[in-house]
Design a binder for this molecule. Sequence first.
Ligand code: PMP
Length: 438
Amino acid sequence: LQTHSLSLSLQAKMSRPVQARRLEGTDKNIWVEFVKLAATYSKVNLGQGFPDFPPPDFLKESFVRALSGENHMLHQYTRAFGHPPLVKILAQFFGKLLGRDLDPMTNVMVTVGAYQALFCCFQALVDEGDEVIIIEPFFDCYEPMVKMASGTPVFVPLRLKAPKDGKLISSADWQLDPAELASKFSERTKAIVLNSPNNPLGKVFSREELELIADLCVKHDVLCISDEVYEWLVYDGKEHIRIASLRGMWDRTVIIGSAGKTFSATGWKVGWTVGPNRLLQHLRTVHQNSVYHCATVAQEAVAQGFQRELELYGKPDSYFVQLPKELQQKRDWLVQSLDAVGMKPIIPEGTYFLVADISKFKSDVPDVPDSDEPYDSRFAKWMVKNKGLAAIPLSAFYSGAHKNNYNHFIRFCFAKEEATLKAANDILQKWKQEKTRP
Ligand code: PMP
C-alpha cells in the first residue's frame, strides 16, 4: 500500500503542467526540421541564410588581434550594453547615415545577434493584449516572439501583382494594399515590424511605401521595430531608406542590425539596436536581466571592422560597396539557372535570398489535396531527399492560417561560392533533362 501511495504522489507531481502558458503554440520551429534535412540529404545547401564564403580578411585579422593581442582584458566582461569601442563607432556610423548626433551610451545597444535585439524589443515594448502588425511573408521568429511577450500578432500581406506576360517578376511586384494596411491599425496596436530589405522576398520598400507606414505609425502613435539586417545588400542601384529618417519616426523606431549579415560572419552573433533613449532604456532592462553581455572579442573585432568602413565610406574598397556587387552577380547566376529550367525566379532587389515559382515542377511531386502540409513544404522535402538540393518553402514565412496563400514558391540563399552555385545549376539542369526525356 505504501509503495502504491508513493507512486501515486509521484505521478501527481509529474502530471503537473511544466510548460509556461506563454509558450503555447510556439514549440514548432521549421528551421529545426529543415536544417536537419539539409544536413542529412543535401549535396548543395541553398536553404538556411548564411554565406559559405569567408568573412573579409580585415575582419578576421581584427578578431585574431583582439584574441591574441596584448590587451588580455578583451577576454573579460565588458560594458553590459555594448563594448565601448563598438557603441562609439556604431553611434558615429549610424549618426552619419541618419544625419543626427547619437549618444553611444544611450542610443545604441549591442546584442547577441539581431535575434536577441528582436527579443529585447518585444519583451520590453509589448504588453498583454497589445497588437503587433507583421507584414507577410516575414522572418518567422517575429510571430512566436510577439506571442511569448503575450502580445497578439496581426498580419497584413504583401500581395503579388499579376505578372506581365513572359516578364520575370520582381520583389517590387509584392505590394501592400494601403487600405488593407490602414485597416489593421487600431488603438490596440502597439507596434509594427518592418523588415526592409525583406527576408524572404528580397523586397526593398520604396520611399512611398515607407511613408505610408510612417504616416500610420504617427497617426496611431505606434512604434516601429525596423529589422534592417540586410541594409547593405541592395542591388541595381536601389537605395535602402531608413524609416527612422522619415518625419516623426526617430522617436518611435528601434533600428536593428547584424554584424553577421553586414560582414558575412553569422556565427559571431553580434547585433545591435539604434534608437531613442526613451525606447532603448527599456531594451536595456530586458538585456541586463537576461543575456547581459555579448562576447567581448567579437565586439572588439566588429568595432575595428566599422572603423575601417567609416574611413572607406562610399569608396570602391569599402566592403559595404564590394559585397553587394559580388552578391548581385551571384543573384544573376541563380536567376539564369532557375529561369533556364522553368523554375521562375522572383528577382530580389535586396538580401541574399531569392524566391522561385515551382508550379512547372508539380508533376514530379503531386499534390495531396487533404494534406495539412502546404505543397511547397512537401516539395522542398522531396527536392532535398531526391535531388540533394536544399531550399526553404515560402509557407514557412507565413502564419498558420495563411500558409496556403502562396504555397508554390521556395526560397534559395545565393550567398554562396561560385562552385556551390554551379553545383546547384548542374542539379537543376540534370533534373530538367530527366523531365523532358520521353
Ligand atoms: N532578421 C532577419 C530578417 C534575418 O533574416 C535574420 C537572420 N536570418 C535575423 C534577423 C537574425 O540575425 P542574427 O544572425 O544577427 O541574429
